[in-house]
Design a protein around this ligand. Structure first.
Ligand SMILES: Nc1ncnc2c1ncn2[C@@H]1O[C@H](COP(=O)(O)OP(=O)(O)OP(=O)(O)O)[C@@H](O)[C@H]1O
Ligand SMILES: [Mg+2]
Length: 476
């Protein structure tokens, strides 16, 4: 199993450490520059002191100033445990009075300027030099001589490194401690997530109960709540599917056994007329079975979670209902039913899935014709309704559905006792599912003429688009 927490842990740590390290680099650069400046300041003063000391050994003489510095005194003056020092003294006219004539020449400067410090190299080695014009000692005229002292940079560098280490090492330690604390802190903080992951991975695939929220940190609680919500929806879908499979198997069992028995009987028939009669019966049974299968499939297709497959389009309810009703005219005529249609003059535009709406209306008209007596009237009606709604109503002359049954007829497989016609009790369940998918509501009442029932479906209406189908009234 892959471990996922360290990635978050490493990411957080990187976010913390990278800026800290960058800061450290910046800080070190600034500190290095500062430290060098201070080290230079301190040692430059010492270098200047040496130049002053040397000038004390310059004496006025008849042919110009002379440097009276013994080798021993020079060694003492230039003695240093870490660095090498050189000096040079020149008269005003540039004559070498003493020291090392090969020293690099000082950069030009204003005549009155004080001591000048600069970096240069001697034999390829970096050095710090001071050049000063100082009056020779004991010269009443105060004629200045040029004194230069050079020194390698070893102790300056050492001091700088020491000072830098004093600045950087504690900072590095601080960063290391911070990183360790953060690492441990995040590890501990993520422990509930690890437990959560374990709890989820230990679950059976059949367990769709909600994940307990007690130990879940506040940050991920909304996520777990969403997952629980999803689990709840999945549980409802599974439940629906299980019920559907059980119902379907139960409903199919009897007709399939009946069909099998009928086929066995037909196979034993020897007389052509009786065989023909058996086949006719078989055809009727197979037709009933095929309708049951269609209804079952429709029920599954329109289950409450099928919203994603809904293809809503603007549709003129009036024109649509007229078209579907027309298709039922031949069937109604055969049954001796007077099928009528009523609608307004203006289109009634709704958002609907045409295929599903057709199924809804087919089931309502089918019931109305099926349960009405021959000579009865069935009317399909569309009309605007209050509150921005419009209605689709199917009225019949069939037996009145008693008020206490009006909710139950929409349940699956529920049929009124004594209903003579064939049917599986799924039509109105499908109507109800399709209406719910469309956000529509259904009302079942006694027909206004006092005979039969009226099923009314209320849809939300869209603002009517001009130019859609013309309305018509009358018997079809
Ligand atoms: N227009 C109606 N007039 C009188 N009774 C009706 C009407 N519509 C439905 N019913 C009653 O409600 C029951 C349920 O109707 P539903 O359409 O759900 O199933 P069905 O018609 O029996 O079977 P099918 O699945 O083939 O439509 C019917 O069996 C019938 O008893
Ligand atoms: Mg029906």
């Amino acid at each position: 199993m892959r471990r996922s927490e360290p990635r978050l842990q490493r990411k957080l740590l990187a976010w913390l450490l990278l800026p800290l390290l960058l800061l450290l680099v910046l800080d070190t650069a600034v500190a290095w520059w500062n430290v060098l400046r201070h080290a230079n300041l301190a040692y430059d003063r010492a270098l200047q002191e040496i130049a002053r000391e040397i000038v004390l050994h310059v004496r006025p003489a008849a042919g110009g100033p002379r440097l009276e510095l013994s080798d021993a005194a020079a060694r003492v003056l230039l003695n240093d445990t870490e660095d090498r020092l050189w000096f040079r003294v020149q008269g005003q006219d540039g004559t070498l009075l003493g020291g090392d004539g090969g020293l690099p020449t000082a950069p030009p400067s204003a005549p009155s300027a004080g001591p000048r410090f600069y970096d240069t190299t001697i034999h390829g080695e970096p050095v710090r030099m001071v050049a000063a014009r100082l009056p020779a000692a004991g010269d009443p005229a105060g004629t200045p001589v040029q004194v230069e002292v050079a020194e390698t940079l070893h102790k300056r560098r050492r001091l700088a490194w020491e000072m830098l280490a004093n600045v950087v090492v504690p900072q590095l330690l601080l960063i290391a401690v911070t990183a360790a604390v953060v690492w441990v802190g995040i590890s501990r903080g993520l422990a509930p997530l690890r437990r959560l992951r374990q709890a989820v991975s230990d679950r059976s695939h059949l367990d769709l109960s909600p994940i307990p929220l007690d130990d879940v940190p506040g940050e991920v609680r909304p996520l777990v709540q969403e997952v629980n919500d999803l689990l709840g929806r999945l549980a409802r879908t599974f439940d629906f599917q299980n019920r559907f499979v059980a119902d379907a198997a139960h409903q199919l069992k009897t007709p399939v056994s009946g069909l099998k028995a009928q086929i066995e009987l037909a196979l034993r028939e020897t007389q052509p007329e009786r065989l023909r009669h058996s086949l006719d019966q078989l055809y009727i049974s197979a037709d009933r079975l095929s309708r049951l299968v269609r209804q079952l499939l429709s029920l599954a297709r329109n289950e409450p979670g099928a919203l994603h497959s809904l293809n809503l389009q603007p549709l003129d309810l009036h024109a649509f209902a007229l078209e579907v009703s027309m298709e039922w005219v031949p069937h109604a005529l055969r049954r001796g039913i007077d099928l009528g249609f009523e609608g307004p003059d203006t289109p009634l535009v709704i958002d609907a899935d045409g295929d599903r709406l057709r199924e809804l209306l087919n089931n309502l008209i089918d019931n109305a014709i099926r349960y009405s007596q021959a000579g009865g009237r069935v009317t399909v009606r569309t009309a605007p309704a209050a509150g921005g709604e419009c209605l689709l109503a199917v009225s019949d002359d069939g037996p009145r559905i008693p008020p206490q049954e009006r909710d139950r007829v929409f349940e699956r497989f529920h049929r009124l006792l004594g209903t003579p016609e064939d049917g599986s009790g799924l039509g109105l369940a499908i109507v109800s599912e399709i209406a719910t998918l469309h956000g529509a509501r259904i009302q079942l009442e006694d027909d206004t003429d006092g005979v039969g029932n009226t099923f009314t479906v209320f849809f939300r209406q869209r603002p009517a688009a001009p130019g859609l189908a013309e309305a018509s009234d009358g018997r079809l």
